[in-house]
Design a protein around this ligand. Structure first.
Ligand code: ZN
Length: 572
């Protein structure tokens, strides 16, 4: 490992906090914390490792980032072009550096993200590399330490980027099952899909001083709510006050704190108590491969933007409509048992063709009044926790779970952030990857980013013909990459968010045909099609032993990772 030495000519640098001109060497000796005002400058991954691990102890994992452009994404620049530029400017192959090391002589596996590399965004290679670091921790029977720095998902990889939240979370789940400590260190900034998965579903969450973490970024929340944000919103102190992190640690104390935590975990380890856990098998191919042949659909392929408009049509059947028409005997269950009952998520016991199951879904509405009352199907943390409670109840009762996904995304609000939106989504994703009962998810309308995935880590993922499933809204993607919200139709095409595209990519297993021209023209026929498709996919799962089910579910999500296996030491 080589530290990033200050480049020639960079003798002085200006503090981002107080604008003091600082002698570069002095700043570095002070761990890149301004001696005048205490501002913690962002660290490159190699420098972070140098500060945290014992000298000479770091060994990079042999795995290398694969070349990926799974959806041939082009905005104003092509994705491969942006990747090469990031590689050239950082000297890194990807936005994360993974390896093994000792910290205070306690062995661990580490994954350290680097914000300089495309904003630390979570692509298929990043997800796969972090997953391999987690697997290495499991193999070596050591804790896993993650240092996060990310703007969120990597839009240029579309839904395959979204899948990485599940892939890494299930690797964290395997460590949880094995009783191995997982620690994440949040650094500035940690947002979006990273915040709503492995940054917050680890055993311990430390925030470095100056870190900001949240699911939705401040700019988006301000735009959506039109409100000014409270002082110190999403800062480390805010996160501590709202119960979202275990501690806030200044940079100079971070290594010492990790040493103490790793020492405690090692002392508490009783090797005999380790239960047998299902291992994740390595991804078969370097490139996220299309798995199933795309189903044949009579209709000519629709334009992606036209499909987005259909998916958002307020006439489309909602979850409560389907519960009325496709299912029987729905008994709604309310509440998260922690103080809330989110109207954007409905769930309860129901029957499908006489079989008892748990159905959970996002609820929108047909009229403006209904939409407002249901917060447009955007779940709050209470909604995600209600869904989690019902999933766990289903597992305890031995009932399968069917989820109906129709959300523009999770609630981007101040209250949602205060109540831990990121961690609520993260816990659902992880828990679904452990749930010992069959899960079938159907994207019925809009499958919007992490809020959708919180109900869609399933054994089978089905999608209505005119539904969409995407890592970011076309408008959001256009505003960032083009940058022009008016480019939403182009962004919709580039994101590969339609059912036929996602079937080809293997993100979705089957397409549920809609009546012509679309579901809202004949809701009864749409309900019949949904019912038949769910039955066809659910019935074969009912006889599969739970351990096998969980193992296959993890394999299903694992295949979206992308990395070339290095020569792994020995036959590990
Ligand atoms: Zn300063």
């Amino acid at each position: 490992m080589t530290a990033t030495a200050p480049r020639e000519g960079e003798l002085w640098s200006r503090c981002g906090g107080c604008a003091s001109l600082l002698y570069r060497k002095r700043l570095r000796r002070n761990l890149d914390v301004c001696p005048e005002c205490g501002e913690h400058a962002r660290l490159a991954a190699p420098e972070r490792l140098r500060q945290l691990v014992d000298p000479e102890s770091f060994t990079p994992l042999p795995d290398r980032a694969a070349e990926v452009d799974p959806i041939d994404f082009v905005d104003v620049l092509s994705y491969p072009h942006r990747l090469s530029a990031a590689r050239a400017s950082t000297g890194l192959a990807e936005a994360v550096v993974c390896g093994t090391a000792t910290i205070g002589r306690h062995p661990c596996a580490l994954a350290v993200m680097d914000f300089r590399f495309l904003g630390g965004s979570l692509g298929a290679a990043v997800g796969e590399l972090i997953t391999r670091a987690a697997e290495r921790a499991l193999e070596d029977d050591v804790p896993l330490v993650l240092v996060t720095a990310s703007g969120g998902a990597r839009m240029q990889e579309g839904a395959l980027s979204l899948m990485q939240m599940a892939t890494v979370s299930q690797a964290i789940a395997a460590l949880r099952e094995a009783g191995l400590l997982t620690v994440s260190v949040l650094t500035d900034p940690t947002y979006g899909g990273v915040a709503a998965s492995f940054a917050t579903n680890t055993d311990l969450v430390l925030a470095e001083s100056g870190a900001r973490m949240g699911f939705a970024g401040p700019r988006v929340i301000r735009q959506v709510t039109g409100r000014e944000l409270p002082e110190g919103f999403q800062t480390a102190a805010f996160l501590l006050r709202h119960g979202q992190v275990d501690m806030v640690v200044p940079r100079h104390a971070l290594r010492g704190r990790l040493v103490a935590l790793l020492a405690a975990a090692r002392a508490g380890r009783r090797p005999a108590s380790r239960p047998a856990v299902p291992r994740q098998e390595p991804a078969p191919a370097a490139r996220p491969a299309a798995v199933a042949a795309p189903p044949v659909v009579d209709a000519a392929p629709a334009d992606a933007w036209e499909t987005v408009r259909l998916a958002r049509n307020p006439g489309r059947p909602t979850t409560l409509d389907y519960l009325d028409t496709a299912f029987e005997g729905f008994v709604e269950l309310h509440g998260d048992r922690l103080g809330g009952d989110c109207p954007a998520v409905v769930g309860g016991l129901a029957r499908l063709d006489g079989r008892h199951l748990m159905v959970i879904g996002h609820q929108k509405g047909h009229t403006t009044g209904e939409l407002v009352a249901r917060n447009f199907g955007m779940a709050s943390p209470a909604g995600h926790r209600k869904a989690l409670r019902l999933m766990r109840l289903a597992a305890r009762l031995g009932l399968p779970v069917v989820t109906l996904v129709d959300t523009p995304g999770a609630d981007p609000g101040v209250g949602a952030e205060e109540q831990g939106q990121a961690a609520a989504i993260a816990e659902n994703i992880l828990s679904l990857s452990m749930l010992p009962t069959p899960v079938v998810a159907v994207i019925t309308g809009e499958g919007g980013s992490g809020g959708a995935l919180a109900l869609a880590v399933a054994d089978r993922v089905l999608m209505l013909q005119h539904a969409v499933y995407s890592v970011i809204s076309p408008e959001g993607c256009a505003a960032i990459l083009w940058p022009d919200r008016g480019a939403a139709p182009q962004a919709a095409r580039a994101l590969r968010l339609t059912a036929p595209d996602l079937c080809r990519l293997g993100v979705v297993d089957d397409l549920v045909p809609e009546p012509v021209p679309a579901a809202h023209h004949d809701p009864e026929a749409a309900a019949r099609a949904l019912r038949e498709a769910v039955l066809a996919h659910l019935l074969p799962l009912l006889d599969v032993p739970p351990a096998t089910l969980v193992r296959r579910r993890r394999q299903r999500f694992r295949r979206f990772g992308a990395a070339r296996a290095g020569a792994r030491a020995g036959a590990r």
